[in-house]
Write a protein that binds this ligand. Sequence first.
Ligand code: NI
Length: 188
Amino acid sequence: MAIREILEVPDARLKTVSKPVETFDEALKTLAADMFETMYAADGIGLAAIQVGEPIRLLVIDLQPEDPDAEPEECDHGGHHHTHQPLKKEPRVFVNPVILDPAEELNTYQEGCLSVPEIYADVERPKTCRVRWQDLDGKFHEEAMEGIMATCIQHEMDHLEGILFIDHLSRLKRSMALKKLEKLRKAA
Ligand code: NI
């Protein structure tokens, strides 16, 4: 496995429309493993292949990217002493995902993106959706998504169309976000 470089705005490759995966081979499994390693190292919860420069319809998501080997944490909040068990990793791979029936009802989440570092903004998306996808062996799956998972997979699927979460903002908010990022880069 290897950590790959994550493309950042304004890299034009992020605007690519990714191509369907047709071959479910070892190279695809290696890329997915590299994407998980890259995502965990960057403290992200989702990553699309195009973000590491591969224009194919492949996503990885883990909403609980905690270290499974971490020690339980002793804690005193809430007025009593107790122990937090570390969250288990839940890596999920989506190949050629399709949204079947996005809800009319919308939900707002503050989103961020490893390709737009340090920038966070509220984005409205359908609250729930049904997703069909293939796994790394080409087998089909279908599942109803809700909550952060629904938001996250829609954000990642946008990447497959060359769309970033800041593209959902008004022109003014988007240009403010990009200026802020520019400033942060200069300061770094
Ligand atoms: Ni993103």
